[in-house]
Design a binder for this molecule. Structure first.
Ligand SMILES: CCCCCCCCCC(=O)SCCNC(=O)CCNC(=O)[C@H](O)C(C)(C)COP(=O)(O)OP(=O)(O)OC[C@H]1O[C@@H](n2cnc3c(N)ncnc32)[C@H](O)[C@@H]1OP(=O)(O)O
Length: 158
């Protein structure tokens, strides 16, 4: 189902400009994917429609692309969950002061991912332990979960 983002701020758009050059999600990278993740009811959600050049077998999406967008959805989700935990607003009133990078990313490919449709990524917080944030993710096409992922994101020191 299409997410109405009219009154929502993308987590990645709250990164300060100097930290927004990531190929997967940075708003300052003119050649990147510009993945945008949103916090909705204690879970994170993003939609992304791959271009046909990211083909694996004809009609299905290349797994490396799926891992890339799960990576960026995961770090964005981790930052957002820390913000929620620390009552830092995600409404765009400030840039978020939390920076998280990927230490570990696991992806299980469960079914071929159909090309030509909007993929839906969801993230749920598993736990926060000090600087370590674990997020569980799914990636669906047409309502079918095609991949699941788990990320360990590390909050960078100030
Ligand atoms: C500024 C970012 C803005 C947003 C950009 C979007 C990012 C998009 C997603 C990406 O592609 S990020 C790029 C890919 N990732 C990297 O390049 C990270 C490379 N690794 C590092 O820079 C460091 O290893 C890292 C910052 C993750 C950790 O180094 P630190 O010196 O800050 O911490 P430390 O090594 O003490 O680890 C902190 C904790 O995490 C644990 N840890 C670190 N790496 C781990 C690992 N791989 N598996 C399991 N645990 C791990 C480590 O054991 C420790 O646990 P404890 O606190 O319990 O002792």
């Amino acid at each position: 189902m299409k997410l109405n983002t009219k009154n929502l701020k993308a987590i990645q758009d709250l990164y300060p400009d100097e930290l927004a050059h990531c190929y997967g999600c940075g708003k300052m990278n003119p050649n990147g994917f510009h993945l945008k993740s949103y916090m909705v009811d204690n879970e994170t959600i993003a939609h992304f429609t791959p271009e046909p050049k990211y083909t694996a077998l004809p009609g299905s999406v290349y797994g490396g692309l799926l891992a890339s967008i799960l990576d960026c959805h995961g770090t964005g989700s981790a930052a957002a969950f820390v913000c929620e935990n620390e009552n830092i607003p995600l409404d765009g009133s400030i840039n978020i002061p939390i920076r998280c990078v990927t230490a570990s990313l696991k992806v299980d490919f469960k079914a071929p991912t159909q090309m030509g449709v909007a993929l839906e990524l969801k993230g749920k917080l598993r736990s926060i332990e000090g600087r370590k944030i674990w997020v569980d993710m799914t990636l669906s096409a047409n309502g079918t979960i095609c991949a699941s992922g788990e990320i360990l994101a590390i909050r960078l020191k100030d």
